[in-house]
Design a protein. Sequence first.
Length: 235
Amino acid sequence: MLRFRTVAWIVGMWAIFLPPLTKDVGDLRAADELLTDVRIQTTDGERQIAGRVVAEGAAGELLVEDSIGRMRQLVKSELLSRDDRRGEWAPADSAELARQLTAEAGAEFGVHETEHYLVCSNCGTGYHQFIGKLLETVYSQYFSFWEKLQVSVKAPERRLPVLLFQSDSEFQAFAARIHPETDFAGVPGFYSVRDNLVLVVDLTRDRTLRDVASVRKKLADQPLQVATIVHEAVH
């Protein structure tokens, strides 16, 4: 049977390779941030992006975070116009994040909140409950790992977004849409740094599973696939 206590070892191994956040970056709602509205040129035409400026490069590169946490890395040649101002940064709350995720994923996706995650899913009840419990276990053990090392890690100040897909075809189609340059064949899930989003496919392929115990039993022979999901959660 798949047991959550195995997650601790996996989190520990992956955490070795992750740089801990030791510097306080301040509250998400900051009163004096450099905000920007940029108009960029894409292959599909012009596009507007609004957010806060996270970093600027010497050659005119720009890293912009939008209201739902997506990071847009822009080069100078893409920028058609830019309007900067200083002011309060107000990131999207859970309701707005849920609205945007369901608008992009599809009307058949429902939203399920845990203490630290916002899960948007078209999977069966058992699977999104299983993923929610797994993510919360990873979250707790990740921070416990660093606490034992006496390393200060700043916790997220809003729920982290996760997309769950019932079928591999849906997962692959969405992945190709946001990362057309990457082949995700055979991949059960990944974390998109640019979109600040975890995408996961239902490993059971069974919408009839109604409880966590049934999902655990179904996944007992897929520990490496589940470990991949744990890896993405650590990101």
